[in-house]
Design a protein around this ligand. Structure first.
Ligand code: AVJ
Length: 339
């Protein structure tokens, strides 16, 4: 490429922010620490003690989750990928989006083959809390798709969907990985209603959900033999130690995964093995734990087709297609506005 027409300072062009990438930061490290502080104070002074699962995902938590997705027991990611590989491209060709919004986009690897099958997509809107990962993903994507613009929204999908820009033509909102299952039913309904506001006539939602199944299979997926999920669970205590100047001894908490069949969810808990007093200095808070005391760190809800239909209806959404893997472990759901 000739550099002759550019002033020396504008070359090489890699030092310039690309005009096809725009990043809107709605939550920075400080805002995140404040919401962690509030959630830790509320959750750890309540009965039962609990912590929201979104704080697992700092750099080491995200790396641990990545390892989880490759564990033999953790079937979710592979089952979803089987469906995406077999049906994703045809689905995108049928939905013909111009605008793709992805919630919890991460490194945007699942979306690439879908974008390949949707040549009319002009804009990709990833929503994620991790700005660094998003910036790197945006860079890779605009190279792979020369006609694509990326409008990154750095934020919390439970709070910041109002900042998703107005649609640029026909829209598909993508929410994969059964992350929806981490929300308790009331929060899930609120979230789906705010998601519904992103959709108009002719737009669709592509949703990945893990299905209810044999409790032994579920239990193994959340209590793997190599102990990666245990480390992932304990990581939230490392996050609190670092961000809020606390002194949890994570190794003195036992990882417990419990299948609650009636509630159709897998719960993760951290159970104190020894008596301890933990100080959370940034909150001026002292917490006493006796052996057996429990912190409920995650619910991972498992779905059924009728359950999904009811849930969608409560957010004015209607089920379109229901695609599962050959073992019926996971479903890729296509939904559209019901009215
Ligand atoms: C990322 C929410 C889908 O609930 O299965 C993995 C997180 N927790 N192992 C899930 C998780 C324990 C995961 N999601």
């Amino acid at each position: 490429m000739p550099a002759g027409n550019f002033p020396a300072s504008a070359w090489p062009p890699t030092s310039e922010p690309d005009a096809r990438i725009h990043v809107d930061v709605r939550v920075d490290a400080d805002a995140r620490r404040r919401s962690l502080a509030e959630d830790v104070r509320r959750g750890l002074t309540a009965t039962p003690r609990r912590l929201p699962p979104k704080y697992f995902y700092d750099a080491s938590g995200s790396a641990l989750f990545d390892r989880i997705t490759r564990l033999p027991e953790y079937y979710l990611t592979r089952a979803e990928q089987v469906i995406l590989d077999a049906r994703g491209a045809a689905l995108m060709r049928a939905l013909r989006p111009n605008d793709v919004v992805e919630l919890g986009a991460g490194s945007a690897t699942k979306i690439r083959p879908l974008l390949r099958a949707a040549p009319r997509v002009r804009r990709y809107v990833p929503v994620d809390v991790d700005e660094t990962t998003m910036a790197a993903a945006a860079d890779v994507l605009i190279r792979a798709f020369p006609a694509l613009r990326v409008y990154g929204l750095v934020g919390d999908f439970e709070r910041d969907l109002v900042h998703v820009p107005a649609p640029m033509g026909r829209r598909v909102v993508v929410f994969l990985g059964s992350t929806l299952g981490n929300l308790e039913p009331p929060a899930r309904r609120r979230f789906l209603r705010s998601l519904r506001r992103l959709l108009g006539t002719g737009d669709h939602l592509l949703l990945g959900v893990d299905l209810m199944k044999d409790p032994r299979v579920l239990h193994a997926a959340y209590d793997d033999a190599a102990g990666v999920t245990a480390a992932f669970n304990r990581n939230v205590l490392h996050v609190i130690n670092r961000e809020l100047d606390a002194d949890f001894l994570p190794d003195q908490f036992r990882h417990v995964a419990r299948v609650n069949e009636a509630a159709k969810r897998v719960e993760m808990h951290l159970v104190a093995e020894k008596a301890q007093v933990v100080s959370v200095r940034a909150l001026d808070l002292a917490l006493r734990f006796e052996p057996g005391d429990d912190i409920w760190t995650e619910s991972s809800y498992k779905f059924t087709r009728p359950g999904v239909e009811t849930m969608l209806a409560s957010a004015d959404l209607a089920l379109g297609s229901w695609l599962t893997d050959p073992d019926d472990r996971f479903a890729l759901v296509v939904a559209r506005p019901a009215s």
